[in-house]
Design a protein around this ligand. Structure first.
Ligand code: PDD
Length: 287
């Protein structure tokens, strides 16, 4: 079965699907995106992901490429055509194709919409949950509007690659004063030495992850208090537990950072409890 992608009004074979060479996503990273999990045939947290897409589009002044209802029809169709029961879908909206010029193109230039989907490897995810992952820290070098989910991810790409080259799976951005920001594609959490579950406040300094938001509902449902308070690399290295969250992974335990083992080097119980309760609490939309 060949994979199918949606591009600007047409469902195409994934291998043939393409946008124009002067698409502003390609030329300027002038676009935004969303990644959303599909589990057991349900879209997880669709409303929150579409709400964030709406915010991202408004923040960088790109018009919705179609109505929200129509976009949900397209998403469902892409998922059905690719027979996805467990996986991810990806939406990208750019400011469209136009002769290269930094200023916005003429009023009425249609925005570009791409929707793709892929299956995920459940056994790989299970293995990472069972043994945990390793991370490194890297200096924060991104612009100060990382709360907008733009496709301008060069710093994130270089950070993840640096992690890979050091035998780790995630890179964690750190401010010059040692304050932890977030991962290259994840939010970061600790259970601190006092047993408090903490993640930094979401301002313009990090992406307000949808998994992060839903995790707060999950924690409340299982009776775990959360503090939205910044922490340092030192706090993180001394934590009882460290884990990262994203729609692609829900909640991966981090067992070593910069080669230093966290706690006893095994995944902790808080992340496990949260992961187990996550799907029950999250919003589920049937495909
Ligand atoms: N990334 N922070 C950054 C920088 C991210 O790129 C992501 C997600 C998150 C977590 O957000 P959410 O819980 O909504 O997935 C935090 C996606 C998965 C990606 O780029 O593939």
């Amino acid at each position: 079965m060949s994979r199918i992608a949606y591009v600007n009004g047409a469902y195409q074979r994934h291998t043939d699907a393409a946008v124009h060479i002067e698409d502003r996503g390609f030329q300027f990273a002038d676009g935004v995106y969303e990644v959303c999990e599909i589990r057991h045939g349900f879209i997880v947290d669709l409303t929150r992901h579409l709400n964030r897409l709406d915010r991202s589009l408004r923040e960088i002044r790109i018009a919705w490429p179609m109505t929200r209802t129509a976009l949900v029809v397209v998403i469902r169709e892409v998922l059905r055509r690719n027979r996805i029961r467990n996986g991810l879908f990806y939406i990208q909206v750019t400011r469209g194709a136009a002769r290269r010029d930094h200023v916005f193109p003429a009023e009425g230039t249609p925005s570009t919409l791409v929707v793709t989907a892929k299956r995920t490897d459940a056994s790989l995810i299970a293995r990472k949950n069972a043994v945990g992952i390793r991370a490194i820290t890297v200096p924060e070098n991104r612009w100060d509007r990382v709360d907008v989910k733009t496709v301008g991810l060069l710093a994130n790409v270089l950070a993840r690659q640096a992690a890979k080259e050091e035998g780790a799976q995630e890179a964690i951005f750190v401010e010059p004063d040692g304050t932890v920001k977030e991962g290259a594609a994840t939010n970061v959490w600790i259970v601190d030495r006092d047993g408090t579950l903490r993640t930094r406040h979401a301002d313009h300094g990090i992406l307000r992850g949808i998994t992060r938001t839903t995790l707060m509902d999950v924690a409340a449902s299982v009776g775990i208090d959360i503090e939205e308070r910044a922490f340092s690399v030192e706090d993180m290295l001394a934590a009882r537990e460290v884990f990262i969250t994203a729609a692609t992974s829900i909640c991966f335990p981090v067992v070593a950072i910069n080669g230093k083992v966290i706690a006893n080097g095994h995944p902790g119980s808080v992340s496990q409890k949260i992961r187990e309760a996550f799907f029950d609490i999250a919003e589920k939309t049937a495909i």
